[in-house]
Design a protein around this ligand. Sequence first.
Ligand code: ADP
Length: 283
Amino acid sequence: NAPLGLHLRAVALNATHVAIEAADVTDAHRLARVRRDFVANVSHELKTPIGALQLLAEALLDATESAAGMEPEDEKLEDLVAARRFAERIHHESARMGRLVNELLELTRLQGAEPLPTPEPVSVDWVIAEVIDRTRTTASAKSIEVSYAGPKGAMVYGSDSQVATAVTNLVENAIAYSGEDTKVSLTLRQDEDWVEIDVADQGIGIAAHDVDRIFERFYRADQARSRSTGGTGLGLAIVKHIATNHGGRVDVTSTLGDGSTFTLRLPARPPEAPLPLPAAIEI
Ligand code: ADP
């Protein structure tokens, strides 16, 4: 039973509050876009010099081929062997920079303000077969067996290349963070509403305090261990974006030292409305 004047004032205050909030959201969006564009432009500009570095490093590797795996015996050879080692390092680091820039570009694209392409039916069998094929060489280098079990014919709706990128990132991680002679198992479950793809490994696992953070961009659980895989810390951020943009999600359960299971959950039905704008997550 507040006096009328007071009541009106309260409404007015609320209105101002709403207006301020709206301004904040617009500003936040504008800022997010500026930041995204900046990262995209810088990444794009870096592509050319990094490509040049990679070519130069390859030329240096060719030129120092005779010193491959050699131990220096006299002083002259010592220089050649050192040059070979530097060339190998430059090659390795420039390849890593190249991956980083590509993944940053991918992430900014996923965060882009344009609506997603019209959702197309995506055959999950086909995507999984492709991914297993593509990761075969890396898996067999560590004698890791990648298997798949699940019903045939599952469909999700969105972009087949994005779903393939998400599954590839999960399988590549499963291989990278596992020891030799282990197994990576992909399993598919389906009900009326959801298609779930599990990617389970018998690898190093993830500590409980890291589990909540590994989907953040650039977060890597054990710096030293992660670094030796040549990863960028962006792979899971990309998976999370793809999952969200498709109206789904990605989760993980893991035991340190025992292995991890990542679950990608995507809607089994076409969206009734167009897919939402990509979530504006800052980069
Ligand atoms: P990275 O390029 O480092 O692999 P990701 O974003 O793909 O970046 O993963 C983030 C971090 O999560 C990794 O650095 C690693 O510490 C952890 N991680 C991801 N997948 C696995 C896995 N299958 N097993 C153990 N740790 C994992």
